[in-house]
Design a protein around this ligand. Sequence first.
Ligand code: IPD
Ligand code: CA
Ligand code: CA
Length: 264
Amino acid sequence: MDLQIVRDVACETALAAGEVLREGYGQIHEVTLKGATNNLVTEIDRRSEDLIMSRIGRVFPEHAFLGEETGAGGRQSPWRWIIDPLDGTTNYAHHYPCFCVSIGLAYEDEPVVGVVYQPLLNELFVAVKSQGATLNNRAIHVSGVDTLASGMLATGFPYNLQAFPDAPIAAFESFVRQAQAVRRDGSAAIDLAYVAAGRYDGFWESGLAAWDTAAGVLLVTEAGGRVSDYADAPYTLGGPTIAASNGGIHPAIIAVLQAASRRP
Ligand code: IPD
Ligand code: CA
Ligand code: CA
């Protein structure tokens, strides 16, 4: 597989899907609920996913696909496109300008190409396995921050938080007390891209799906950072927990997550 061709197709597709999001932004949408009362979907999520699936499917008809809105499809293949057509739907539905398109290609469940596009800022984050990460064609690297106390972290909360608030809130409270700042921006793919770009120093969240993280985890590792689960074991796509950081503060992040999980 020529990863440069894959990369180019992923970038062109993310830019085109981003245009769909930009055009629909700020308008009233048909908002419907997926299960939980806080898990939203709009017609723009579906329009963006249709565009992505048809473009990539035309070039790589032999590949497998996993899209948030259409589920699993395509052929049986070790190559699998993992797509979040609009990460940050709650923001989008509330006209809060923080959302993106996330497109990843995995080989045997290991991301090899990742693209995150934030259309309102025209920021295109791209990673290719063993070839580094870029933002608008310039190399990016994780930050050099080496203590939690000087770090700016990001997190998000799972859609079942209202039913099971204890563990996520315990971790959030500990980080708020120990880090320089904590943000909750509502787009896990952007959070990971920002760790890669050195804007955030670390990120943690539970309950994310493969489409939230497939592109972002490759951005972080290719920018020199670390990704694991809360027990510091290797993160697997769609696994229950994820911690990502610049590497330097990873042990401190894991220590907080472990202590929070032991709190009664
Ligand atoms: C959500 C966002 C959010 C995270 C949620 C995700 P969606 O994705 O990434 O930051 O906290 O868990 O489900 O639904 O906007 O694509
Ligand atoms: Ca998402
Ligand atoms: Ca989504």
